[in-house]
Design a protein around this ligand. Structure first.
Ligand code: ADP
Ligand code: MG
Length: 695
């Protein structure tokens, strides 16, 4: 996005070739580091540093290590053959050692290091046969020249040296125009933060290891800038959504009362609270944009149904979208009887509906005869037209990215939106992903859940496991058997699932075992699911298609094969499929030894706790933010500087500050607002800029 970029920023967005020392070739290589403009260079900070403070003698240094030391050149020992190095004997304040050059040009070296002269050399020194030597010094300086005592080391790529990066970063820094402060003044003062330009200068010119720490004032500030820009985007999206006119939807409660009366249980306090929050949002003539977060089994579906019924009571329609066919069908089966009880018409629409049947459903939706539509993303296809759509509920949001969700919001103009996620995520990440939404949390599980006993079992004991399973099935219990994820290849997963299916059938009997995987013909998949739900099959072998949402309360055993190949969140989700009924449940994590350190930690955490929030915090610590939800599908931004693990608290501050700024200055036209616009340009928050340009 280039239109409207403020003029002072032009030099920072010029081609890289405009910087000293960078030609077209280098510019191309820098693209591998996500560097396309001088501005990108500014925001690419050194990862490490090398201490080059000079010492008197290599004897003072811990070896091997980088040493900077003044020396007198004593003699050159030319390489006797091509395979041997050229050596230069030098003397520091207390000892002599060698500079070593493989394939060095003797003449050039003799010129660089004339015998009898003083030089300062800097490089890695190691002991070789008891003798200190410095192979290929990084720096050889004449008298009066000095190396920076602490040298920044940048992320590098093929063809890009650290020297080049240092020079390029310097060039980019020199381009930085004076910029007004966009962070709230009191915050800057309270944290002792440097101004933007000073923070950049310090981050690129560290004076010691402390300046490289994520906790340093310079890096904290720069990370904050990045998070603040991101939160501004989300806050703008949220503010825009909130001012967008919606339809006030208030049901009279007649349908909801009937459903609640027919249930064998009472809603939990958390469910009641969430229902009320949603009710209040829907009752306003603004668009609802709310996230319902609750661990597996916390009862999100009932909350969704109450909201959908409110839409129906008010004479409108609601839609519930699930990420998989299986889940959509299950919602349909579970909700249909309750909708019947309420006197509301509920139908299923998925990609499998074709031809006349589909046309008939679409017509009924268009007439408003279907009040609640449940389905996969098929429900949002262009030709699906509602009579009066009031509410869209999106289940298991973590399967969809931020972008998809935002697009959806733009598409269904005046519709209230409720998204539900079962991935308990740490607060910093929740803000990253959902900072544009209002939040309801189901932090209380329905009573009567039995804890799941989890144990890790090496694959070598497969025989025992099968035997236990045989006994359990004979007692009328049911089990899932999840097959390993082999790379990203669905085909291979399927092969391993089919193999396991055959071997378990051989061990447990033909009729006792069912199979579902993503490549089965849909009808077969349904049939296999249905047999398991009815209890006709005791064991269901599956790939991770059962990961989200599937609910079979009688299933009390979960076997996860090659558990070490799964992520922590995924294991937690899978385990959440059991422990839903009265029977004591078990989860067996079958692993192939030896376990790596992280895999071992994952399995241990899983054995220690069932608390989804604790698991998510541990997951974040083990894997890093991008991986917790899977960067590709999560739409999680790739921050250049901010580190969500090491600087978790900053996100929260950034979020509230962004919301506060927008509350005071919705169009960002105050002096601070204008400054914030510059930040949005610098951090390429295109979405925010677009919202501002239309707003
Ligand atoms: P999730 O939040 O994982 O989507 P579900 O909505 O599928 O959870 O609910 C899991 C199970 O708990 C369902 O069988 C549901 O009927 C049951 N349930 C929901 N709310 C309650 C409650 N308040 N008390 C008892 N059981 C409940
Ligand atoms: Mg659910």
């Amino acid at each position: 996005m280039s239109t409207g970029r403020p003029e002072p920023l032009f030099p920072l967005f010029a081609g890289l070739e405009t910087l000293p020392g960078i030609g077209p070739k280098t510019a191309k290589l820098l693209a591998n580091l996500r560097i396309a403009t001088p501005k990108d260079l500014l925001l690419t900070l050194p990862e490490k540093g090398i201490d080059r403070a000079p010492v008197d003698s290599v004897q003072d240094a811990a070896l091997p290590g980088v040493v900077t030391v003044p020396v007198t050149v004593r003699r050159h020992m030319r390489a006797p053959s091509n395979r041997q190095p050229h050596r230069v004997e030098v003397e520091d304040a207390r000892t002599t050692f060698h500079l070593v050059y493989f394939r060095g040009h003797a003449k050039a070296l003799e010129e660089l290091l004339p015998v009898g002269e003083r030089r300062t050399v800097s490089g890695k020194v190691e002991l070789y046969d008891g003798l200190a030597q410095m192979p290929h010094p990084d720096h050889v300086l004449g008298e009066g020249e000095a190396v920076p005592p602490f040298e920044p080391v940048y992320p590098l790529t093929q063809g890009i040296t650290n020297k080049l990066m240092i020079r390029a970063a310097k060039g980019a820094l020199a381009r930085l125009p004076p910029l007004p402060e966009w962070i709230d003044g009191p915050l800057v003062a309270e944290r002792n933060w440097l101004a933007f330009a000073e923070a950049l200068a310090r981050a690129h010119g560290p004076e010691g290891p402390g300046d490289l720490s994520p906790q340093s004032v310079a890096r904290q500030r720069l990370a904050y800038d990045e998070l603040f820009a991101h939160q501004l985007t989300l806050a703008l999206a949220r503010a825009t959504a909130r001012t967008r006119p919606g339809v006030a939807t208030s049901g009279d409660g007649r349908m909801r009362r009937r459903v609640l009366a027919s249930l064998p249980f009472q809603p939990t306090g958390a469910q009641m609270r969430s229902i009320d929050e949603i009710d209040a949002d829907m009752g306003r003539d603004r668009r609802m944009n709310r996230l319902l977060q609750g661990d597996v089994g916390s009862g999100k579906t009932l909350v969704a149904l109450m909201a959908l019924l409110a839409a129906a009571e008010a004479g409108g329609q609601g839609v519930l979208m699930a990420p998989t066919e299986i889940l959509a069908r299950q919602h349909h089966e579970g909700l249909r009887p309750l909708a019947d009880e309420a006197g509301a018409v509920l139908e299923l629409l998925t990609g499998r509906d074709k031809g006349a049947e589909r046309a008939a459903k679409l017509a009924a939706v268009a007439r408003g005869d279907i009040q609640i539509l449940v389905g996969t993303h098929a429900v949002f296809q262009r030709d699906v037209a509602f009579h009066d759509l009031r509410l869209a509920v999106i289940d298991e949001q973590h399967r969809f990215g931020v972008r998809q969700r935002l697009l959806l919001g733009e598409k269904s103009e005046r519709t209230d939106v409720l998204v539900m996620t079962a991935t308990p995520i740490p607060r910093s990440l929740a803000l990253t992903q959902y900072g544009d939404m209002d939040l309801s949390v189901l932090d209380e599980k329905p009573p009567g859940r039995t804890p799941v006993t989890t144990s890790a079992v090496p694959v070598g004991r497969m025989g025992d496991v099968t035997e236990r399973l045989r006994r359990a099935v004979a007692e009328g219990r049911q089990a899932y058997w999840v097959c390993p994820l082999v790379e990203e290849s669905e085909t291979q997963d399927v092969t391993s699932a089919e193999e396991r299916f055959r071997s378990l059938r051989a061990a447990l009997g033909e009729g006792a075992v069912g199979l579902v995987h993503g490549q089965m013909p849909p009808a077969e998949k349904d049939a296999a699911m249905a047999r398991f739900v009815r209890g006709e099959t005791g064991v269901l072998v599956a790939t991770t298609v059962i990961e989200v949402g599937v609910n079979v309360p009688n299933a009390s055993i979960m076997v996860i094969e090659r558990a070490e190949t799964f992520g922590l969140a995924q294991l937690h989700q899978l385990r959440g499929r059991v422990g839903r009924g009265a029977a004591a449940s078990t989860c067996l994590l079958l692993y192939k030894p030896p376990l790596g350190k992280t895999a071992e930690a994952r399995l241990r955490i899983l054995r220690e706790t069932e608390d989804g929030f604790r698991i998510s915090e541990e997951d974040l610590a083990l894997r890093g933010a991008g991986d917790v939800i899977g960067t590709a599908q999560s739409g999680l931004p790739r921050f250049r500087i901010a580190d969500l693990e090491g600087q978790a608290g900053l996100m929260e501050t950034a979020s509230s500050d962004a919301r506060a700024l927008l509350a005071a200055d919705p169009t960002l036209r105050s002096p601070r607002g204008e400054a914030a616009r510059l930040l949005l340009w610098l951090t390429e928050q295109d979405r925010a800029l677009r919202l501002l340009s239309v707003g």
